[in-house]
Design a protein around this ligand. Structure first.
Ligand SMILES: [Fe+2]
Length: 253
């Protein structure tokens, strides 16, 4: 059997507790539209990489997402963003105890013999405890690995987000990353834009949101466009490729 791995990364859905629109955008419908598109791919895994909830980990949001994904034809994993609430996610998605430690949702998975690591940057930091775990995980094996973090672990040339919403302990994260050359691909959300930034031999991929994208040139918050986006990651043989796609179907109310 081939061990090619195809992952859809869907992020920053900001789904509210009810089906109301925000800035004329229906976040639930846009998420449903994205699911309809990605289901056409031969997916092994769907990763929801944080900020599932609109503001502050609304339980109704998680219940709706879980219900919505009941019929989705491949497994999915949830990560925490700064608008999420780990313990509410735990109960809503019935997350394994072993994926949560001291209120942080970080874990590893091995799918088709491929290693995936997931961190929790929801408090705008990757904690010391997680960085020690990451270092252990990366020291244990030199096998290639994909790393997922909600916050990009560097400034990305996106004015508003870099100035106001960047990860706070970037240097601590690189102290670990720089010791491990086999981490070459890091997938993030949070910035509501599409971009790839490279640093020290690693590619950091920013994946657009399903609700709106933020203008990267503006020092103030400004929406670039509201086409919902996502990323398809293909890991074939030794090669990792990814592409961002957008739905043209825009719901305005
Ligand atoms: Fe975020």
């Amino acid at each position: 059997m081939s061990n090619n791995l195809v992952i859809a990364q869907v992020t920053d859905m900001h789904i509210g507790p009810s089906n109301v629109s925000y800035r004329n955008i229906n976040a639930r419908q846009q998420f449903l539209d994205v699911l309809q598109e990605i289901v056409k791919e031969p997916l092994d895994l769907l990763v929801l990489s944080g900020d599932l909830a609109a503001i502050d980990g609304e339980p109704e949001t998680y219940a709706w997402i879980r219900q919505t994904l009941l019929t989705f034809p491949c497994p999915y994993l949830v990560m925490a963003g700064n608008h999420d609430h780990v313990m509410r996610m735990k109960s809503a998605f019935d997350l394994p105890e072993s994926d949560i430690s001291n209120g942080m949702l970080y874990f590893s998975r091995n799918i088709k013999g491929r290693r995936l690591l997931f961190l929790d940057s929801s408090p705008y930091q990757v904690s010391k405890q997680q960085l020690e775990w990451l270092n252990e995980q990366l020291t244990e094996s030199n096998e290639p690995v994909l790393l997922f973090i909600h916050h990009p672990p560097l400034k990305c040339g996106c004015q508003f987000m870099d100035d106001h919403h960047a990860l706070q302990n970037i240097d601590d994260v690189w102290e670990v990353l720089d010791q491990h050359s086999h981490v070459k691909h890091i997938f993030c959300g949070h910035y509501h834009t599409e971009k790839t930034v490279t640093k020290n031999g690693k590619s950091i991929y920013l994946t657009p949101s399903t609700v709106f994208q933020i203008d990267t040139e503006n020092y103030h918050f400004s929406i670039d466009h509201i086409k919902p986006g996502w990323r398809i990651i293909e890991w074939k043989g030794t090669q990792v490729h990814s592409k961002v796609e957008y739905s043209e179907k825009i719901i305005e109310e």
